[in-house]
Design a protein around this ligand. Sequence first.
Ligand code: ZN
Ligand code: ZN
Length: 185
Amino acid sequence: MKKIILAITENSNHELLTIAESSYRKKFSNLKIYEKPISITKVPYRINIKGERQYLADAILKEGASLLEENSVLIIITDFDIYTYGTNYIFGLATKYMGIVSSARINPKFWSQIPEIYQYTTMGREFFIKQYEKVLLHELGHTISLTHCNNIKCVMKFSNSPIELYSKGENYCEKCQKYINAHFL
Ligand SMILES: [Zn+2]
Ligand SMILES: [Zn+2]
């Protein structure tokens, strides 16, 4: 059974790691938490529309690569805004065996300039956690080469904006779940 290793970037809210752990535990039993934060001091960044640092996700994944163990995948949690080549921002990114999830843009609070998205702040913490869990499951799927799914109810559906993220389902569809089971159960 494949192991999920969870780690967090330095200077990030540790609660995010706790939430991610309990989210994965609902579905997966082989979990390991790596408590030492991953340093991002050498990771390239640019400045986002809010004047905050936005880090290159690909480079954060590289920083975490040494944490991988045999028959495991690694998920890195961060609250820093992230991007990859050719994008304005991303909720997460994954390659084979490694993924990263950023809470920065998932939270509707980020979008104070866009009422259509910002209105979701009224739905509170539970809503945020639900969206965060979607990205956790999505990137985990990619770490074992599960590709995007056309089913709007499936968590493996691609989301290019918060609205798309908020409107898709919270679980894997039957087809994607079968693929997950074959690797993790
Ligand atoms: Zn994806
Ligand atoms: Zn699916």
